[in-house]
Design a protein around this ligand. Structure first.
Ligand code: URA
Length: 205
């Protein structure tokens, strides 16, 4: 694998666009590196591109994306203000769950994205990004409960697509979103703490 450790966000995104590290590359129309400013207070990490994302090369542009934009609007934010990424960058056939080797192949990209963007708050959307920080946990038990991981506060939330399909989860994700402005403010006040321990980073998946 080429050295991505010094890449800018732009260089990283174009490397991801031509990535062939796992078999998913052969079925894609477009890889979906992620989207947003190179420095953002909030970073969202979803699962992987779906049909529309694969067509457009952009994250969260289908129904789940519309809902994500609505949730952001509820806290007076737009998608242009946040960085939106996924744990896997290419669509899995039929939107099946990502396989361990696909997560492993994509992990360095997400690690580098986080390193560049330096978000104050990371919101994990759904199980697979939650497992990065909360292995083996259940989303219905821990959603909305922030945990500090080095310099960043990680907040697990339901995936917007899941909340669209399960109406009882909709008010829960809406309530969890309402916490975000305060959590960002809290991180602004507390300032940098310490780097995320390397051992923890390495054992995430
Ligand atoms: N669902 C995801 O997890 N990511 C996307 O980019 C779109 C839908």
């Amino acid at each position: 694998m080429i050295d991505i450790s010094q890449m800018t966000l732009e260089q990283l995104e174009s490397t991801i666009e031509s990535c062939a590290l796992c078999p998913l590359h052969s079925g894609r129309n477009h890889a979906v590196p992620g989207e947003g400013p190179a420095r953002a207070d909030i970073m969202f990490i979803g699962e992987g591109p779906g049909f529309h994302e694969d067509r457009q090369g952009r994250p969260f542009v289908g129904a789940a994306g519309k809902f994500l934009e609505e949730l952001l609007a509820n806290i007076s934010m737009t998608r242009e203000q946040v960085y939106i990424a996924n744990v896997i960058k290419c669509r899995a056939p039929g939107n099946r769950d990502p396989q361990p080797e696909e997560l492993t192949a994509c992990k360095p990209y997400l690690d580098r994205q986080i390193e560049i963007i330096q978000p104050k708050v990371i919101v994990t959307l759904g199980r697979f990004s939650m497992y990065r920080y909360f292995p083996g946990q259940s989303i219905s038990k821990i959603h909305g409960q922030p945990r500090q991981a080095g310099n960043v506060l990680v907040v697990p939330m339901f995936h917007p697509a899941a909340a669209l399909h399960q109406p009882k989860w909709r008010p829960l994700i809406e309530a969890d979103f309402q916490k975000l402005p305060q959590l960002v403010a809290k991180m602004e006040q507390s300032g940098p703490i310490e780097p995320e321990p390397k051992a923890q980073q390495l054992s995430l998946f």
